[in-house]
Structure formats: C-alpha cells, structure tokens
Design a protein around this ligand. Sequence first.
Ligand code: HEC
Ligand code: HEC
Length: 287
Amino acid sequence: MTSGKLVAAILAGVIAALALLVGYRAVISRSDAVFAARHPQPVSTVAAATSPAAVAAGARLATVANCTLCHGPMLAGPTAGGPAAHFRSPNLTLIVGRRSDAELDRAIRDGLNADGTSELAMPSFAYHEMSDAEVADVLGYLRSLKPQGRAFHPPPPGWVDRLAAAFGRFRTQVDRLALAKPALDLGPPFAAGRHLAVVACGQCHGSDLAGGDGLPGPDLTVRGFFTRAQFHELMRTGDMPQNAHSELMQEAARSGLHALSPAEVDAIYDYLVARDARLSKMRAPAR
Ligand code: HEC
Ligand code: HEC
C-alpha cells in the first residue's frame, strides 16, 4: 500500500467513526426528547372511595380490567415468567402511598407518570373511558393494599425502542391515547356491554375493539364463530372452539376475565354480536 492510500484509508475510517458517533448521539438525544417530554396534566377531582363496598368493587374491577395480568395478582409486581412479565410493571403496593389520588388517576386514565412524562406500556387507551366512580373504587382498592414484595421498575427503553423513537415511530401511551378511536356506540341497550368490553378487552383488542396497531388481539368478531355458550367458555378459560387456543387469551381469562359475572358476559356478547352486524352493514357496498 502506498502511503497515499494508507492515509486515505485512515481518513475514511476516522470519518466513518465520527459519523457513527454523531448518529449515536443523535439517536440518544432525539429518543430522550420523546421519553422525557412533559405533557399537560389534566385536572382530576376523583377521590379514593374507601367504604368496604367500594374497595370490594374496586378489587373486582381491577381483576376484570386485568390490571392483575401485568401488575400481578396482588398488584405487588408480576410473577416471574408470566406472558406479561416483560412489561416489568411496577409493584403498585409500594407506590400508592407516595402518590396523590390525582396522580394515580392520571396514571390510569391519561397515560401519564407522576412527573408528567408519558407512560410507555400502561394501556390507558383502554381505561380512558372508566367513569369517575369506577376510578374512585379502584383507588380505594389500591389504597387498601398493604405494602408487600420487592420494588419492580420498568427498565429504561432499549435500543429498538430508542431507534423507533428517534425516527418518530415509537408510540408512547400519550400518543396512543391521542390516536385511540372509540368503540362503536350502539345506544343505551348496549352501553353497559360496550363499556365492559372496552375496559376488559381494549388493552389487547384496541380501544375500538378492532385490533391492529401493534396490539396482540385481533378484531373482536364473534358472530358465526362463537355461540353464546362457547363465548362463556372463552371468558372462563380462554379456550376456543375446535380446540384452538391462544396463550394470551388463556392468561387473560385466568388472571381477570373469569371474574366477569354471567350477566356481564352476556352483555359483552350481545354488544359484540350487534357490533358485528352494524359493521358488516357499514362495510357492505352501497347501492
Ligand atoms: C399491559 C400491562 C399493564 C396493564 C394491563 C396495567 N398496567 Fe399499570 N402500569 C404498567 C406499566 C409498565 C407501568 C409503568 C409506567 C409505564 O407504562 O411506563 C404502569 C404504571 C401504573 C401506575 C403508575 C405507577 C406510578 O409509578 O405512579 C398505576 C397507578 C397503574 N399502573 C395502575 C394500573 C391499574 C389500576 C390497571 C388496571 C385498571 C393497570 N395499571 C393495568 C403496565 C400495565
Ligand atoms: C391480554 C390480552 C387479551 C385480553 C385482555 C383479551 N384478549 Fe381476546 N384475544 C387475545 C389474543 C392474543 C387473541 C388471538 C388469539 C389467536 O388468534 O390465536 C384473542 C382472541 C380473541 C377472540 C377470537 C377472535 C378471533 O377472530 O379468532 C375473541 C372472541 C376474544 N379474544 C374475545 C375477548 C374478549 C371478549 C375480551 C374481553 C372481555 C378479550 N378477548 C380480552 C388477547 C386478549
């Protein structure tokens, strides 16, 4: 190699290293800007409801809404190895004592951490429609929990998430909430079933129950696929007709959906069947 070529090779190497360093710094600073962005914090006037009846209702709602799937059966952090273990959801029993009711409300319904940054994995887009009374019950339940277990914190975002954030492709929970579409409103007869479906199924099947957007659950189509009896079985066990099964649906049933009352399961089923009918009418070619 002539000395001229050697100098050129060294220069090319130095330029490549510099470019890498600049790229690395850019990814770090641009993704930090996404993860550390502070968002407006909506005013919350909800106060924890602490009567025994409210606490019991809150415990049931936390089960049905599957807070237990990620935060663990006692909300004291997930059991190692469950399908939701990789969310590394915090041990709520060690946290609630340090949070105001408003902060807890915003964490549940608005996708916000107490410092105003966006949550990354907590599915507020599914809980945004919870009523003030429901949140008051859940807060009463959270406040009733004895601190137990060890602290369990979500890890900082990894490289895949950082790259996605740097290129504007990462959806924080605040982003997801802003993009969330409401589930079809079919009027008062179906309102209770619709509400339950959004709160209990939305985290995996989407706020509009239509699946997609990186969520694990598909569009919630039951008509023609599930009889009412099979649907009850699905909610109780996660088992599907023809021995098909989904590990996540089974886990959802085991950790939460089994607590739905038969009347609630019927209400969800009736709503989903009516939703299917309305959607297929809307999708039918206009004449
Ligand atoms: C898909 C998993 C998942 C589900 C389901 C879930 N959470 Fe979370 N939750 C998280 C994660 C992860 C965080 C940490 C914040 C983040 O997302 O970055 C969190 C944060 C929180 C916080 C804030 C903790 C703090 O530090 O202030 C509260 C309160 C909370 N969750 C309550 C609930 C309740 C109540 C439910 C059910 C109605 C629920 N969560 C359902 C994953 C989940
Ligand atoms: C923890 C996530 C999770 C929750 C919560 C959840 N599901 Fe699912 N569900 C899934 C996944 C994943 C599948 C896809 C299974 C497959 O096709 O292998 C699924 C599939 C289904 C199917 C079959 C759909 C089809 O086209 O095959 C129905 C019906 C269903 N879920 C109903 C519900 C209802 C109703 C709720 C709430 C009451 C609910 N699920 C809550 C994850 C979830």
